[in-house]
Each structure stands twice: as structure tokens, then as C-alpha cells.
Design a binder for this molecule. Structure first.
Ligand SMILES: C[S@@+](CC[C@H](N)C(=O)[O-])C[C@H]1O[C@@H](n2cnc3c(N)ncnc32)[C@H](O)[C@@H]1O
Length: 230
């Protein structure tokens, strides 16, 4: 992942992430009594929905934190590596688009659980199968492992958490072309671990353009899962 170097182009290409962040905020339904810690807050796509509440928004990327601070100045911002450092203890811990980047999500959740206040809750959201399946059918190499809803729910349970609610959503995003879509992946910073040769990439782009045509360009299916656990 290259989030820090891509922080300046993230917002322009993160339409699906913003789409889901709004739904995640509705799902969370934060109460004024709950102090919120957001992990992997990026530029504040989810943070902006917590108007009037006490929020500490954090991210491992200092550039994301800088941009988030400008975009959502009414909350507190700080740099925090959620996979290496212990988060501060709060009643409500949230994230959108972070947990699937953990090498061992169950072990990460075990650590995050220790930062929940008693009677606190966590709400974490992440892409899940069949997110971007049309593209992955052509280019299976991926910077993250893809898991379905059942596998994610098991991961929460393996971490000793009780899942109290969950929901998933699908969003059809339209890009001008497959090339624009892949440029979008790069410019949000989600690529980097995987390299695909130029010949194969060109072939995949051609096939995608041919197979996924819709009015206005090509379509990609995005799927997001949100889980509340205690
Ligand atoms: C896909 S973006 C999601 C950002 C934002 N939550 C949104 O919905 O637009 C993932 C974010 O996680 C951050 N991130 C990646 N690894 C992290 C880590 N170990 N600790 C904290 N943040 C991390 C990245 O810097 C990036 O801002």
C-alpha cells in the first residue's frame, strides 16, 4: 500500500470509499455520550459524519492526517499506526477500509479489543467478496487477501468478540474506462505489493472494456461489510 505518497490524489479517486463511509456512519449511529476513536481515518470520509461528537481521528500516514485535519477541522487528529501501536481506550472504536490490510486481522482485533472501555463497542468496515470480482477474474494478483462475510464474522469470533450486528452493501461504480479504473486504484494508494507485467495488464484492460461496458464507461462492483462487535 502507498497511502502516504498517494494522500494528495486519494479524494479525487475514492468515490466508492466515500459512498460506503456514509453508510457506515449511519450504521454506527454514534451517541453523544460515546467518545469515538477512528483508526485509518484517511482524509476523513467517515470522520466528517460525526459532527458535534468527541472524536479522535487517527491514521498511520502523516500526510493523510494533515489532509484530514484540513478537511474535518472540528475533530482532533493524530498519527497512529493501528497495527503496531496500542490505540487509546475509548467507548467506540471505528474504521472503514483498514482492517483488511492487517497481516493477521484476528490478532489485530485481539489487540484492538484491549483498547475498548468496559461496555464499549467497535464497528469496523472493510471490502469483502465479491468486491471488484470482475477485475480480479482477469487479474487475480491482489495486494490483500479477499474474504467473504462468513470468514470475516469468524475472524471477529476467533478474536474473542461477540458480533452484535452486521450489514453489507454493494455499489456499482462507473469509470470512463478500465484504464481510468486502474489509475484510480493506483491513485488511492491501494496498489503496490503486486506487479503485473505490461502485456498482461493491457490484455486485461482490453477485456474489461469489452465485457463491462455500460452507458458512461465500464462498471465495477464494490462490496463492503460492516461489523459491530463487543
Ligand atoms: C482505504 S484508506 C481508507 C481511509 C478512510 N477511512 C476512508 O474511508 O476513506 C485506508 C487508510 O488506512 C490507513 N492505514 C493503513 N495502514 C494503517 C495502519 N497500520 N494504521 C493506521 N492507519 C493505516 C492508510 O494510511 C489509509 O489512510
Amino acid at each position: 500500500m502507498r497511502f502516504d505518497v498517494c494522500a494528495h490524489t486519494y479524494d479525487e479517486h475514492a468515490g466508492p470509499q466515500r459512498f460506503f463511509a456514509e453508510r457506515v456512519a449511519q450504521f454506527i449511529d454514534a451517541k453523544p455520550t460515546e467518545t469515538i476513536l477512528e483508526l485509518g481515518a484517511g482524509t476523513g470520509a467517515l470522520t466528517r459524519w460525526f459532527g458535534g461528537l468527541t472524536v479522535l481521528a487517527t491514521d498511520a500516514s502523516p500526510t493523510m492526517v494533515q489532509r484530514g485535519r484540513v478537511a474535518v477541522p472540528q475533530v482532533q487528529w493524530a498519527a497512529l499506526d493501528a497495527f503496531q501501536q496500542s490505540p487509546p481506550i475509548v467507548a467506540l472504536q471505528v474504521s472503514s477500509g483498514l482492517l483488511h490490510w492487517a497481516d493477521d486481522p484476528a490478532a489485530t482485533l485481539v489487540r484492538w479489543k484491549t483498547s475498548l472501555a468496559s461496555h464499549g463497542r467497535m464497528v469496523h468496515a472493510m471490502p469483502c467478496e465479491p468486491c471488484l470480482a470482475e477485475w480480479r477474474a482477469l487479474v487475480p494478483e491482489s495486494p490483500v487477501p479477499w474474504r467473504g462475510e462468513d470468514e470475516w464474522l469468524k475472524i471477529f469470533e476467533c478474536a474473542g468478540l461477540r458480533v452484535s450486528r452486521w450489514e453489507s452493501w454493494t455499489h456499482a461504480a462507473v469509470c470512463a474506462s478500465a484504464l481510468e479504473m486502474v489509475r484510480g486504484f493506483h491513485r488511492t494508494g491501494v496498489t503496490g505489493r503486486v506487479r503485473v507485467g505490461p502485456g498482461r495488464l493491457r490484455q486485461a484492460l482490453r477485456e474489461y472494456d469489452a465485457k463491462q461496458q455500460v452507458p458512461g464507461g465500464v462498471q465495477a462492483t464494490w462490496t463492503w461489510l460492516v461489523v459491530e462487535a463487543r
